[in-house]
Design a protein around this ligand. Structure first.
Ligand code: NOJ
Length: 758
């Protein structure tokens, strides 16, 4: 007979309790959704057309980050317009007190009391500055990147900022483009994973919490493909490339729950992104079901006149509104011209209502209606900004971002008992340049310089001699003599060279990406002395470092590392941290190779040679006559103070169907004397398909820690999705046939093994 045991009762009671809890939760969620809808509906019903347009007008505060339009800036009277309900939010303004003041005007003195969005370009840290995004991408450490974004969010929120114009998720394959620094590099898989991590970091689990802020994913879309790497330049590409390469990071950000998007400046297939209904209405909203807010970039509605697709501001405004651009940043067309466009029937009021609804929803989700002053609390600001914990987080990600490019003679790590150190270069003692671009709230005084970092580490025992040698902007070599003099006295020479902050970032394209001005000559002059030497290069983009090929200095690619620069660099130099960064973008041999990226197509004449034959040989193959096709340092590359050995790739089986999987594995061994981390990278090649496919595509990676002598087997599961692409008819799916799987240390790994999709 069936006997009921006490444990059965417990299970039943537990189930009932769980179900009741679940029902209560669902009911609560439903209740809060209804409350939100009710609130927004009732507000919309009360709003005049002018007030609605005011909710779509986003205005800069003190820090101009674009051209100051005459008709715009001169006619802004911030406080008065907030009072009149003509401004939805202010961006790039500063300080809890000031922000509280503006918020107070909006909430207490405007007719409807709608709180303000407070936006800012906090791209890599507010006061605690973390490495530039391209640097953080080199960590290949999603948890660390998410933590860094959360740090930024907490500092922003404490000061009153509730929306950051980040993450920038544009794929970038041309290092001439200054904005490569703001993104996460050249690869759709890596950039997508980082995009999602950053959205999670900024927004947390609850947008309404007082330490989270809204993300703004930008720039939608194609901006990174500007012709010849010149900022704002024309973009034209196939829908296939757009969908395969440029769109995935945006989709990943949507899936991660990003609250807002920003249009890009560029045209795409003849239509500026801000007026591009296919991109926003069709792809973003309809295909991807994005429910959030889309804003223009700085004056990008107005710029449709210059693009030549709108004859006047009215046409530009109608074009943008009809293309799904909800909010106008700095064109002032939605506040000035939009009301009339609606009255004349050129813009449907339903579109305006939808845009306002999305704006109010964002404000609601941020918790602004409940407590408009939760962001910008001077007491929290004092506690959070530059806190010990934040500096520790910044140090951690800074160390992880540095990539060891060259160490042939094992000069690194340096011994802590070294007696005489020469530290040379314009970035040796400088502080503020290490914050990099887009760090306008970060202050030089809060940066640990390279000199200070080295002093913190070995200052008590070593004699540290510093010489600037030259600066960033001219060819003046009058400081070389002094630099050579200190180098002569040294046991080890450390060079701190590279770009200043403004040399990368918006509007900072360069046609020559070598070390700027006199610095290459400085490095060559010191190199000629034949002393043991380490080059710490700081930069916002991949540089052309080909002059160092076959030379003996050890080289660290350091990007711009922010507040903890010196401590991070010193930890790597003296072996307290074993380098684990890997390049998120190929470093070219010459600017003439650009754009250069590992996931290129084969072409019909793929160069098969070893570059030893004279240029007159193999003429009819896709190659340069004066330089190899390959980059100087490939995507995914980076050394460690230890060494790793990879086994061949093995499979659990060599055939799969669309409904099952194959697992590819390697065994990796730490063959050196130190413990260390390796980024194990998994690439796939589709051997034959209905359309051409890249020679390799990253499909997974794992950052693995291995003790000296330790081995681990690392596996990647391959399913139908891994093998899918946009087929000839543009449907998404796989095609049967052979695939090659590679698992290695960078994109040039050759240990491929083939399996079949049947
Ligand atoms: C223009 C830039 O393209 C964008 O990234 C930035 O967020 C806005 N200006 C606001 O500063």
């Amino acid at each position: 007979m069936f006997k009921l045991k006490i444990s059965h009762f417990i299970v039943v009671i537990f189930c009932i309790a769980a179900c009741t809890k679940q029902t209560v939760l669902v009911k609560n969620v439903e209740k809060s959704i209804t409350a939100k809808q009710e609130k927004i509906k009732s507000l919309l019903a009360k709003m005049t057309l002018e007030e609605k347009c005011g909710q779509l007008n986003f205005v800069v505060g003190e820090i101009l980050t674009g051209p100051a339009l005459q008709e715009a800036k001169s006619s802004v009277d911030l406080e008065n317009q907030i009072r009149k309900g003509q401004i939805t939010g202010v961006f790039n303004t500063n300080g809890a007190k000031n922000i509280q003041h503006l918020q107070e005007i909006a909430v207490k003195q405007s007719r409807l009391g709608i709180p303000l969005l407070i936006g800012a370009d906090i791209i890599h840290g507010y006061k605690t500055v973390t490495p530039v995004p391209l640097g953080e991408a080199a960590s290949w450490d999603l948890a660390a990147i998410e933590k860094s974004a959360a740090l930024t969010a907490a500092e922003c929120a404490a000061t009153g900022i509730n929306l950051t114009f980040a993450p920038m998720v544009d794929i970038a394959r041309d290092a001439r483009w200054g904005r490569v620094v703001e993104g996460s590099g050249e690869d759709p898989y890596l950039v997508s994973a980082i995009a999602a991590a950053k959205v999670r970091g900024y927004q947390g689990k609850n947008l309404a919490a007082d330490n989270t802020i809204a993300a703004c994913v930008k720039h939608f879309v194609g901006y990174g493909a500007a012709e010849s790497g010149r900022d704002y330049n024309t973009v034209d590409m196939s829908e296939r490339r757009l969908r395969e390469v440029y769109l995935p990071p945006f989709k990943a950000a949507v899936d991660a729950g990003a609250a807002t998007f920003m249009n890009s400046f560029n045209e795409l297939d003849g239509m500026p992104a801000t007026g591009n209904t296919l991109m926003v209405n069709q792809i973003l909203r309809k295909e991807w079901q994005f429910k959030g807010l889309v804003m223009s970039d700085w004056a990008s509605i107005q710029e449709m006149l210059a693009h030549g697709v709108a004859a006047d501001r009215n046409e530009a405004g109608a074009l943008a509104m009809n293309a799904g651009c909800d909010m106008d940043m700095m064109s002032f067309i939605y506040i000035k011209e939009l009301p009339e466009l609606v009255k004349q029937g050129k813009v449907n009021i339903k579109l305006v209502d939808d845009a306002v609804r999305r704006t109010l929803t964002l404000k609601y989700d941020l918790g602004l209606f409940d407590n408009p002053f939760q962001y910008g609390n001077p007491a929290t600001e004092a506690k959070v900004i530059l806190s010990k914990e934040n500096r520790a987080t910044a140090l951690d990600i800074a160390r992880k971002s540095i990539v060891l490019l060259q160490n042939e003679k094992n000069i690194l790590p340096l011994s802590k008992s070294v007696k005489n150190i020469a530290l040379i270069g314009p970035l040796a003692e400088n502080k503020v340049e290490h914050n990099g671009c887009w760090a306008f709230f970060g202050e030089g005084k809060d940066v640990v310089s390279v000199a200070e970092g080295i002093k913190n580490k070995v200052g008590a025992s070593a004699n540290i001699m510093v010489a600037q040698g030259c600066d960033f902007y001219n060819n003046d070599n009058s400081g070389f003599d002094e630099a050579i003099k200190v180098a002569q006295k040294a046991d080890i020479v450390i060079l701190a060279v590279g770009e200043s902050a403004v040399m990368s970032g918006e509007g900072a394209s360069r046609s020559d990406i070598r070390l700027p001005a006199a610095q290459e000559s400085l490095v060559k002059a010191i190199m000629a002395m034949g002393k043991p030497m380490v080059i710490c290069a700081f930069h916002g983009r991949p540089l052309d470092l080909s002059f160092l090929e076959n030379q003996s200095p050890s080289v660290l690619a350091c990007w711009s590392l922010g507040s903890e620069t010196g401590n991070a660099v010193a930890d790597l130099l003296f072996g307290d941290y074993n380098p684990s960064g890997r390049l998120p973008m190929s470093f070219p041999r010459s600017v003439g190779q650009l754009p250069i990226y590992y996931n290129q197509k084969s072409t019909g004449r793929f160069y098969q040679g070893n570059y030893n034959e004279p240029p007159s040989e193999r003429v009819y193959q896709s190659r340069y006559r004066d330089v190899k096709n390959t980059p100087l340092f490939p995507f995914g590359y980076g050394l460690s103070y230890t060494t790793f050995k990879y086994s061949e790739v093995s499979f659990d089986k060599t055939e799969m169907t669309q409904n099952d999987t194959v697992t590819a594995s390697v065994t990796i061994t730490n063959t050196g004397k130190r413990d260390g981390e390796e980024v194990v990278q998994f690439y796939i090649r589709d051997m034959v398909s209905s359309v051409t496919r890249p020679v390799k595509e990253l499909k997974g990676f794992q950052k693995v820690f291995l003790k000296s002598g330790e081995s681990k087997t690392i596996s990647f599961k391959i399913d139908n999705e891994t093998l899918s692409f946009y087929r000839k008819d543009m449907t998404w799916g796989s095609e049967k046939g052979a695939f090659t799987a590679f698992i290695g240390a960078h994109a040039e790994t050759t240990n491929g093994k083939t399996f079949l999709l049947k």
